[in-house]
Design a protein. Structure first.
Length: 622
């Protein structure tokens, strides 16, 4: 979705010529009002508290590597007992120091910045054919709150059948019945017509609201019904069908785990957070994790963990740190001359979703553009009411989740999601993407009104891997997702494209007169327009990664030689070491990552507390 650099224009950097008309006084009154109202939007107040520390003690009960989406949850929950000392080592800085991090529309532009690890894939043989060197960015947050500060703010838990599949394949305790209590524990639902649902709750740290558009969402819902798709709760027991846009936006502001979990715990004296602390490796002695070596302020240092080291550095950094610590594939460790501590298939089951943008022109002025969204009227509306374009998560209106395999009701799960957004990719995508699309005949810079259907592959069959070729912790890993190497992935996306086109031809969509652009993608002009072969060609040239990576430290049973951690997220063969982030997910959940990662961290916190029940006298499990 939005991904390029768009500056938020504040009153301090607006320049206008001096006016001599009778409107001068009125203009300056308006500008003065604007300065008063908007002077505080650009910079957020930083809550210091006790937790952010310069001095790190020699030992802690728990050392958490990474203060991202999962790490923030763990930090909050494990430090609830004041007698338990917790340290978080975070490679990035505070999210509150990032301009616009809480403004939903503008916070998406933080990608490619210093708050993003800015990973690149290896050249792909079946995807990104229209991109430079056949590579593409992979976005992962490098800041307190991690990728929850960069994501699309979607709240989509996934299909119950996926969690049941986890449980049946070695993930004991991770069935849908087992995980739903933790979705409920973390949720604070603020959607009136779902508050009485057994699948939702209120009072948790993560506020969930309805981010739908009053006019366009209704058009999409009616159009989906005309195609035979029912209206459903995508976070309920049957997520296949049309659902509204459930988002983690509270009172017009992005709700990342930094604000939901870290900020409320900042004054706990037993919680320490060390920023700009780059972990080199986990210290392992006699088969047990005893501490962490890290680099901070240009100096190497170590810290001890008397109970556990918990690795929550994300799906790329976590496997990198494990390999650097001597835990990984035998050949890699041998080639890098790293003393082996445990031979495990770290990095070998990488899976990521992929997105194909399908643009349409329309005759209504609903399109969110940079100029409209940052106009004085829209900024004032946002400041006064916490609503409007700036409060939108990229103009997303709703979702249509499809099961292209027509599986039985017991195993029904979505494998394609059609996201409708009131934006045109040409306005918002990264400059390198847009230029390439324009050069090859996709996109029309003169068209300002339209919308995009993002066809997202939720359950890809294609799997890749990641590895390291250097013991320098600052060298980027080799990331080869092997996108679209399985033919069934292409077939599923084409099914989604054709369903999206049918959707725009329903009676409901006639209100906005959608027009499928007549241009052809030049690189695919040898194929019959709109044929399966044509769409396959365009997908392979222009589809983009979702950066929703899982599987690099896969969870599995004792006899699963493809897994790295067991059902309690303990690294196999190493005592006192767990991994808690998306890297342990055996497969995608047929939804978005944010809610499942928070759920996983909530559940992991309880697993850890249960392991050390005597230490957590004040926080026994219910």
């Amino acid at each position: 979705m939005p991904g390029n650099d768009v500056r938020f224009i504040t009153a301090a950097n607006i320049h206008h010529p001096v006016r001599t008309s009778r409107g001068t006084i009125a203009w300056w009154i308006l500008l003065g009002l604007f300065v008063g109202l908007f002077g505080v939007v650009y910079v957020h107040t930083v809550g210091v508290g006790y937790a952010i520390v310069e001095h790190i003690n020699g030992t802690y009960d728990f050392v958490i590597i990474g203060g991202g989406t999962a790490g923030s949850v763990l930090a909050n929950r494990l430090s609830e007992d004041p007698g338990i000392k917790v340290l978080v080592l975070e490679a990035g800085g505070e999210e509150d120091r990032i301009p616009n991090v809480d403004i939903p529309l503008l916070s998406s532009f933080l990608r490619y910045k210093e708050f993003d690890w800015n990973y690149f894939t290896e050249p792909q043989s079946k995807a990104f054919l229209g991109f430079k060197d056949k590579k593409c960015h992979l976005h992962q947050g490098r800041v307190i709150g991690g990728s929850s500060t960069l994501n699309r703010m979607l709240y989509l838990r996934g299909s119950p059948a996926v969690y049941n599949d986890w449980a049946e394949n070695g993930g004991f305790g991770w069935s849908y019945k087992d995980v739903i209590p933790y979705f409920l524990k973390s949720e604070d639902l603020q959607i009136d017509d779902l508050k009485l649902s057994a699948y939702h709750s209120t009072g948790g740290p993560l506020t969930v609201t309805d981010g739908s558009h009053p006019q366009l969402t209704s058009i999409m819902q009616t159009g989906a019904a005309q195609l035979g798709y029912k209206y459903t709760d995508c976070n309920g027991k049957d997520p296949v069908g049309f659902c509204k846009n459930h988002v983690t936006i509270n009172r017009g502001e992005r709700l990342h785990t930094a604000s939901a979990y870290i900020r409320p715990s900042m004054k706990r004296k037993n919680l320490h957070i060390a920023l700009y602390s780059h972990v080199i490796k986990i210290l392992i002695s006699n088969g047990k994790a005893v501490g962490v070596e890290y680099l901070r302020n240009g100096r190497k240092a170590t810290v001890g963990a008397t109970r556990e080291v918990i690795l929550s550095a994300g799906p790329i950094s976590s496997p990198q740190i494990l390999i650097m610590s001597g835990i990984g594939p035998e050949k890699q460790l041998h080639d890098l001359k790293i003393p082996p501590k445990a031979i495990l298939p770290v990095g070998e089951k990488l899976q990521d979703q992929i997105i194909f943008p399908l643009t349409f022109h329309m005759n209504e002025t609903y399109t969110i553009t940079p100029a409209r969204s940052t106009s004085i009227i829209n900024r004032l509306k946002y400041k006064l009411t916490a609503k409007g374009m700036l409060a939108s998560n990229g103009g997303i209106l709703g979702h249509l989740l499809l099961d292209t395999t027509n599986s039985s009701s017991a195993n029904k799960q979505a494998d394609i999601m059609i996201i409708m957004a009131a934006i045109l990719s040409q306005h918002w995508e990264s400059s390198e993407t847009t230029e390439r699309m324009m050069q090859n005949g996709q996109g029309n810079g003169k068209v300002t009104e339209g919308f995009t259907l993002y066809i997202q592959l939720l359950s890809p069959a294609s799997r890749g891997n990641m590895s390291i070729t250097s013991t320098n912790p600052f060298d980027q890993p080799i990331i080869d997702p092997q996108y679209l190497t399985e033919e069934q992935d292409i077939k599923a996306i084409i099914y989604g494209i054709r369903t999206g086109i049918k959707l725009t031809k329903t009676k409901a969509f006639k209100k906005i007169i959608p027009r499928f652009p007549p241009y052809l993608y030049k690189k695919c002009s040898g194929h019959k327009p709109n044929s399966d072969a044509y769409f396959e060609c365009v997908i392979r040239y222009t589809a983009i990664p979702a950066s929703n990576i899982v599987g690099t430290n896969k969870m599995g049973g004792n006899n699963d030689n493809t897994s790295v951690v067991d059902h309690q997220l303990r690294v196999k063969g190493i005592d006192k070491l767990r991994v808690v982030d998306s890297s342990v997910m055996p497969s995608h959940v047929s939804g978005d990552q944010y809610a499942p990662i928070v759920m996983m961290a909530e559940k992991a916190s309880d697993i850890i507390k249960s392991t050390y029940r005597k230490a957590y006298k004040k926080n026994r499990l219910r």
